[in-house]
Design a binder for this molecule. Structure first.
Ligand SMILES: [Zn+2]
Length: 257
C-alpha cells in the first residue's frame, strides 16, 4: 500500500492510497492504460482519501507523481535510462534516483499564482486558469498533435493577461515529470541532453517486465495448478515469493536426480 498526497488542482492535499500492483495491473501498465490502472489501484479507507469518482479531476502533474510512486514501489528508487549518443552513436546507461527526479520536477516557481477554492489559479495581473486533468487528457485522444495544445487552452485557460505566459504559469503550479537531463557520453565526452518523461518511461519499464511476468505465470501454473486469473490477481511481491519457492523446489529436485 502506498500513500501519495495530491498537491494541485481541485483535490489538492487529498491522500491517494493505492494497493500493490498485481499481474493484471502490470499488463495494463505495459499497455500504457494509465487512467484504468490508477482507477483499479485506488484503495480509499478514510473520508478524505481520493476515491474513484474523483480520479478524473486529478491533474496531469499529480498523475506523474503517482506514476513515480508506482515505479518506486515496483523497482526501487534507481532509474536506468538507456541512451544512444547523438555524436558517436554508442549506447550508454544513465543511472538516476526517482526521488531526485521528483525533487527536480517540484523545484522552481516564484509563487505568482494563487490557488482558488475550486482548484483554479489566478495571478495579480489577471491570468486565470486551471491545470489539465485526466479528464482533459482523455478528450485529446485521437486529436492531431498540432490541435492538442489549442484544445487544452480552450478547456483550461479562462484569461491570459498581457505580458504573462500561461503555459509557464501552469508549469510552475503543476510541473510534469517531463525533464531534459544533462549527461556526458562516457565514450566521447559529448555533453548531451536526455529527455525523461515518466509515463513513457514507466510504460517501457513495465513492458520490458512482461516477459518475466509470463514466465512467472507459467512457473506458478505448473507448480500450483492455479488458474491464469488467480495468478494475475496475486500482488506482485507475493507472486514473486511463490515463484522463488517453486524455483528453489525445482532446483532441489534437479540436484536429487
Ligand atoms: Zn558519444
Amino acid at each position: 500500500m502506498s500513500v501519495t498526497v495530491i498537491q494541485s488542482g481541485r483535490h489538492a492535499r487529498k491522500r491517494v492510497r493505492m494497493r500493490e500492483m498485481c499481474g493484471t495491473d502490470e499488463l495494463r501498465a505495459a499497455a500504457g492504460e494509465v487512467p484504468e490502472l490508477l482507477r483499479g489501484l485506488l484503495a480509499p479507507t478514510n473520508v478524505d482519501d481520493l476515491d474513484t469518482n474523483e480520479l478524473d479531476e486529478v491533474t496531469v502533474s499529480d498523475r506523474d507523481r503517482l506514476l513515480a510512486t508506482l515505479y518506486t514501489e515496483s523497482f526501487g528508487d534507481v532509474v536506468t535510462c538507456r541512451n544512444g549518443c547523438t555524436r558517436c552513436g554508442e549506447a550508454f546507461e544513465l543511472e538516476l534516483s526517482m526521488q531526485d527526479l521528483c525533487e527536480q520536477m517540484m523545484a522552481g516557481g516564484d509563487g505568482r499564482c494563487r490557488r482558488g477554492a475550486h482548484g483554479d489559479y489566478a495571478t495579480e495581473a489577471g491570468t486565470r486558469f486551471r491545470l489539465p486533468t485526466l479528464a482533459d487528457q482523455s478528450r485529446l485522444t485521437g486529436l492531431p498533435q498540432e490541435r492538442t495544445l489549442a484544445v487544452l487552452r480552450e478547456r483550461c485557460v479562462e484569461h491570459e493577461a498581457d505580458g504573462e505566459d500561461v503555459e509557464e504559469l501552469m508549469a510552475e503550479v503543476g510541473p510534469l515529470l517531463d525533464l531534459e537531463l544533462s549527461a556526458t557520453c562516457p565514450h566521447c565526452d559529448a555533453d548531451l541532453s536526455i529527455p525523461f518523461e515518466i509515463s513513457q518511461f514507466f510504460r517501457l519499464a513495465m513492458a520490458r517486465e512482461r516477459t518475466w511476468l509470463v514466465r512467472e505465470v507459467h512457473r506458478l501454473a505448473t507448480s500450483y495448478r492455479w488458474s491464469l486469473s488467480e495468478i494475475l490477481a496475486l500482488p506482485r511481491s507475493l507472486r514473486r515469493e511463490h515463484v522463488a519457492l517453486a524455483e528453489a523446489e525445482a532446483a532441489a529436485r534437479r540436484r536429487r536426480t
